[in-house]
Design a protein around this ligand. Structure first.
Ligand code: AMP
Ligand code: TRP
Length: 346
């Protein structure tokens, strides 16, 4: 008895031994990557590589929560991984992988579903938004935050860089980790969300009360990561503002203009005050913003084209990433299974 333990409690949780904090984040391979993903998530991911041990994941299982096309999912999974690299994720420093290649994600999700309450899931804003008006809703859309919690907890993650829309899911993950640790003993590291200072919620350029998203419903309001310079310039030029003509940051009353100011602050690193005081008209602000966005996105688009030209290399990187991820995930899963009372195999 006691000969075969899946782990030694003395070894873990890993956070007590690490000198470098761990970062985890993910993007779904559905729709096309857009400026919100880039400014709200990717740019933080890239900056964090300098300091932290980062895991970046194409969360393909999450894309099964809404209607999907199998062939398209496969294609988007590769494209999304290429998007990470094009945006500056460095596979030498960060671990890049596909969620379904590491089976522990789906397995821990069951334990998390058995930790999180129905009522908690019912309060998720994203569930309410994505299920509104739909006659058929997949059960996985409802339980999705349990899978997301498992993504994060498997890696003993300290920080999760995400856009504002994911804050509620991270809160739930924290609550679930704390509850699990309290009931079954210290098992998970409790993570925290890291939001971008500006552009944590990039709004649609045509309907500035909606966040920019992958839905194809607003092509003119969405700047895609791979849009050519002319398209970027045209979309910024046509962005909806208001008629009072005053350059002022006021997201409530002037959502369109405030979004443009926020984008400018995010791409240039300048402060909101600096920007509002250097423009007296909308036209020049739009022109400079378009130029700054083109300068930021053009190299991304070029790198993307090069990456998509070498699918073998990409597949190799993803395989390596999954191997490394699985090495960590398998230990956390074993720890969680034992803690919750599942009999380890002998
Ligand atoms: P998704 O595209 O929904 O898989 O989101 C991937 C990442 O991009 C998450 O961290 C989101 O929070 C972030 N994100 C998505 N849309 C926006 C947006 N409009 N503004 C800022 N961040 C966003
Ligand atoms: N739910 C996130 C989104 O829709 C994607 C995601 C899944 C994620 N698992 C994650 C983000 C873990 C951060 C960490 O954008």
């Amino acid at each position: 008895m006691g000969k075969r333990r899946a782990f030694s409690r003395a070894e873990l949780p890993a956070t007590y031994h690490r000198s470098v904090a761990r970062v985890f984040s993910g993007v779904q391979p559905s729709g096309s990557l857009h400026l919100g993903n880039y400014l709200g998530a990717f740019r933080q991911w890239v900056a964090m590589q300098e300091e932290f041990d980062c895991f970046y994941c194409v969360v393909d299982l999450h894309s099964l929560t809404v209607e999907h096309d199998p062939a398209e999912l496969r294609r988007k999974t590769i494209e999304t991984a290429a998007g990470f690299l094009a945006a500056g994720v460095d596979p030498e420093r960060s671990t890049l992988f596909v969620q379904s290649h590491v089976h522990e994600h789906a397995e821990l999700a069951w334990l998390m579903e058995s930790t999180i309450a129905f009522g908690e899931l019912s309060r998720m804003i994203q569930f309410k938004e994505k299920s509104a008006g739909k006659s058929s809703i997949r059960a996985s859309l409802f339980t999705y935050p349990a899978l997301m919690a498992s993504d994060i907890l498997l890696y003993d993650t300290d920080r999760v860089p995400v856009g504002e829309d994911q804050r509620q899911h991270i809160e739930l993950t924290r609550d679930a980790a704390i509850r699990f640790n309290g009931r079954y003993g210290e098992t998970f590291v409790v993570p925290e969300a890291v939001l971008a200072r500006h552009a944590a919620r990039v709004m649609d350029l045509q309907q500035p009360s909606n966040k920019m998203s992958k839905s194809e419903s607003s092509p003119q309001g969405t700047i895609e990561l791979l849009d050519p310079p002319e398209a970027v310039t045209q979309k910024v030029r046509r962005a909806v503002t208001d008629t009072d003509g005053e350059v002022r940051y006021d997201p409530k009353r002037k959502p369109g203009l405030s979004n443009l100011i926020e984008l400018m602050a995010s791409v240039t690193g300048r402060s909101i005050e600096e920007i509002t005081s250097s423009y007296s008209q909308y036209g020049p602000l739009k022109a400079d913003l378009a130029e700054a966005l083109v300068a930021a996105l053009d190299p991304v688009r070029q790198r993307y084209a090069a990456l998509m030209g070498d699918p073998d290399e990409l597949a190799f990187l993803l395989e390596q990433g999954a191997e490394k991820a699985a090495g960590i995930a398998s230990k956390t899963l074993a720890r969680a299974k034992e803690a919750i009372g599942l009999l380890p195999p002998s």
